[in-house]
Design a binder for this molecule. Structure first.
Ligand code: C2O
Ligand code: CU
Ligand code: CU
Length: 480
């Protein structure tokens, strides 16, 4: 049963979308979930590893690329063709490998019939390169983005950000991994090469004719890993670095292994943690990343273990990926006890608070009572300032899974630090650099953020993308 609040929300979705150019698709978000289409035998297809994008040019300190953004048909489920929106015809997009100290330049050509904007999520980039929601590439247009890559190694990602289109565009496939490495990380001898694998996870609803339906999380029973519904992945009996990306538009994942065994988390959004964290679960909300190392040598060859989402709905298959363990191989990789130094936090001189809420009057998701207005600057600060932001989800606490009342919070430009959740300091897995943080109903999260590097306007927003579409987004202006 839906409670009153949820009914208001569904109504909100219904009326908010009328104003949007994508209303035909979005109207499907209203109404009861229908039965899960039975489209696939789970774990019957091998998980692909997205190809690394090939350079179109190279100079002493720069790698050049070109991407065509276009619609294609892809086989997300064996035997069915699904129309998806892609970078270079690939779902998910090709992986971009970047190196600290070398610039990456990507020319993006929009071959779709509507606006796009390409944002490098987690990237420390000038405002003109950020893929701001209103700085769009029109149909038929192109745009060259320049990424300085002056930040530490991290699992970043690129995705669409055209205002009002971002949720539908990302849902239909416009996302890809951007793996930035650096010499400090390389020196550690973590699992690398074919043993360093991105797992880009997203939910979906695929109808029996292959149509990908844009609808709410509770009606999206399918789970895609690297573009395939519940695939299997043959692994050797050794250590793997698995880079978990939550590319769902609004669903959080609580990922662990089906035998409940421990693995190591080594990185979060902004790169390596100070030390590996032994854990049985990582919870990542939409847009967050976690790099883990799993040692498959402790399984017998021929055994299988699943990657399991323990916050799946009770009506869903909680397993998202099956690892099939093969023979052991020589493994010279290591996971050192000390991974990286995280810079000390400068003293904060400014505090601000942000309340994430639904305005039932105007039927909009808002921050501090206001919907996004690109003409308004919500936060103005000076370059170099360190601030404490207190972010509260005004919804009443209800137990997970609670996709409809959860929010998260993402800032462009900066990697921040989580200070506390409801007054309690974060565990070690959340104590590294972050660009997106989960804010469950009833909770307050405090972060510390330093606005450095570039002046200009950037956005911050809820990364449950239907919420940012509905205007849970604000503008920060950084002045010299
Ligand atoms: Cu991942 Cu403003 O976005
Ligand atoms: Cu971002
Ligand atoms: Cu939200």
């Amino acid at each position: 049963m839906l409670n009153r609040r949820e009914i208001i929300k569904l109504g909100a979705l219904g009326s908010a979308v009328l104003a949007l150019p994508v209303d035909r698709v979005l109207r499907a978000t209203v109404g009861e979930p229908t039965a899960a289409p039975s489209v696939a035998t789970p774990f019957s297809v091998r998980m692909p590893i997205p190809a690394v994008l090939r350079r179109t040019g190279v100079t002493a300190n720069t790698d050049h690329y070109e991407i065509r953004i276009r619609e294609v048909q892809a086989e997300l489920v064996p035997g069915l063709l699904t129309t998806v929106r892609t970078y270079n015809g690939e779902f998910p997009g090709p992986t971009i490998r970047a190196f600290r100290g070398r610039r990456t330049i990507v020319r993006q050509v929009n071959e779709l019939g509507h606006n796009v904007a390409v944002h490098l999520h987690g990237g420390h980039v000038p405002p003109g390169e950020d893929g701001h929601p209103l700085d769009v590439i029109p149909p038929g247009g192109s745009r060259t983005y320049r990424y300085p890559n002056e930040q530490r190694a991290a699992s970043l990602w690129y995705h669409d950000h055209a205002h009002h289109h971002e949720a539908v565009n990302v849902y239909h496939g416009l996302s890809g991994a951007y793996l930035l490495s650096d010499p400090d990380e390389a020196r550690l001898r973590l699992p690398s090469g074919r043993y360093d694998v991105p797992l880009q996870i997203r939910d979906a609803r695929i109808e029996e004719d292959g149509t990908l339906t844009y609808t709410r999380a509770s009606a999206r029973p399918h789970m895609l890993v690297n573009g395939k519904e519940r695939p299997f992945f043959p692994v050797a009996g050794r250590k793997y670095r698995l880079r978990l990306f939550n590319h769902s538009i609004d669903r959080y994942l609580n990922l662990g292994l089906s035998d409940n065994s421990e693995f190591l988390q080594i990185a979060s959004d902004g790169g390596l943690l100070t030390a590996p964290v032994s854990t049985t679960a990582v919870k990542i909300s939409a847009g967050e990343r976690a790099d883990i190392v799993v040692d498959f040598s402790r399984f017998a060859p021929g055994a299988s273990v699943y990657l399991r989402n323990s916050d799946a709905l009770s009506t869903e298959n909680a397993d998202v990926l099956r690892f099939d363990i093969g023979a052991g191989v020589v493994d010279r990789s290591r996971v050192p006890a000390h991974l990286a130094d995280i810079p000390p936090l400068p003293v904060a001189t400014v505090s601000r608070s942000f309340v994430l809420d639904l305005d039932p009057e105007r039927n909009m998701h808002v921050i501090n009572g206001q919907g996004y207005d690109s003409a308004r600057v919500d936060v103005s600060t000076r370059l170099g300032t360190t601030e404490i932001w207190s972010i509260r989800n005004a919804e009443a606490a209800i137990p997970p899974p609670n996709f409809h009342v959860s929010h998260n919070f993402h800032t462009h430009l900066a990697q921040f630090r989580v200070l506390d959740r409801d007054g309690v300091p974060p565990g070690p897995a959340e104590a590294g650099l972050k660009d997106t943080v989960f804010v469950p109903p009833g909770s307050t999260v405090r972060i510390a953020v330093t606005w450095s590097g570039y002046t200009g306007q950037y956005v911050y927003h809820c990364h449950q993308l239907q919420h940012s579409v509905e205007s849970m987004m604000g503008t920060i202006e950084i002045t010299p």
